[in-house]
Design a protein around this ligand. Sequence first.
Ligand code: FAD
Length: 347
Amino acid sequence: MPNIAVIGAGVSGLSAAFQLSATGAKVRVFEKSRGFSGRAASRTKNGCRYDYGANYFKLNCNEVARLLFEHLPTNDLSRILGDIGTFDQTGKVEAGDPVQNAGAKWTYRGGINTLGKLLVKVGSLDVTRESQIATLRRADECWRLDDENGETHGPFDAVVLTPPAPQTIALLQSTGENEIVGDLIRELDRAEYYCQFSVILNYPTEFALPDDHYALINSDRKHRLAWISHENRKEGHVPENQTLLIAQMAPDWSQDHYREDAGNIIEAAAGAVQNLFQQPLPRLQWADHQRWRYAHPHTAASLEAMKPGTEIGLFFAGDSFIGKGRLPKAIETGFATARQLREHFGL
Ligand SMILES: Cc1cc2nc3c(=O)[nH]c(=O)nc-3n(C[C@H](O)[C@H](O)[C@H](O)COP(=O)(O)OP(=O)(O)OC[C@H]3O[C@@H](n4cnc5c(N)ncnc54)[C@H](O)[C@@H]3O)c2cc1C
């Protein structure tokens, strides 16, 4: 049975590992952070639970729906009620696309990162956390991985790389490998990412978003806010008598202010949110923030064009191959890679 390393415990890497674990292959996942689920991220603070990366997901693909409804426990899965409306640069709020709003929106009561935790638990996945892979070395047709803690892992017959393209490119550059790797890097370079700030705003009274929406998205991309959502809409996330809003700043604004102090970012977000409401909001109780260096891709690399990597045991997954940040689509890339590996090793 082949030994396979997966770099990254986001939903794409974990979905690939989950599918492969059923084949008897020996799979180890390496994750640089302490948590599972990557940008499908949740945090608990002051009694609130909030999704500060991906805010919700839709299930437009049967294969992903089967994973969630047939292979993983569903008791914590939670449908988000309420529509997503729009606002323009002047702050004018309107109803959103009725077709888009008709589709069910999902998260978990325990936070959207429950998805990653369930994949690990149900798949009995072997995940090494706080292990940032720095170098990939190839010898005797196998790969060895060096992490930032000075440990070497392997040998592995294949490696699945799932971080956003710029981080995967850095890993490929570390191989010092040949022509094939050069071609892979050139393809991956097509996937460009926006950076983005998520700002979490907590208020000491309960109030709704304008027109009682679950979320509002900026339609003309000219506002400093890209998205605002009402975390109270999610069961089990926010205690009574308070409000928790997630504000995602526009990519251009985030880029221009990337190095700015967190206090200024929070102040700008709170001010922009206030402007969307018709009446004054209560004073902020507390706030939190996250700088996402690689938040969403806005162009895609082709997974098909990465196939030559299989000749030297390199496989890929993740939203670099989608061209937008979409959790279910990232899962689909993990499934596609697992299929490639099964074919490659005859599993
Ligand atoms: C602010 C924001 C809002 C979003 N909103 C939505 C939304 O509402 N709905 C939706 O469907 N999608 C949304 N997305 C997009 C969605 O979160 C992503 O498309 C999806 O989670 C990507 O999963 P992934 O596995 O491809 O990548 P990731 O989740 O980034 O996983 C890659 C993993 O690799 C790890 N890693 C990186 N380098 C190394 C290394 N050298 N060694 C070890 N580990 C490493 C990272 O820590 C990470 O855990 C949003 C994203 C952001 C940031």
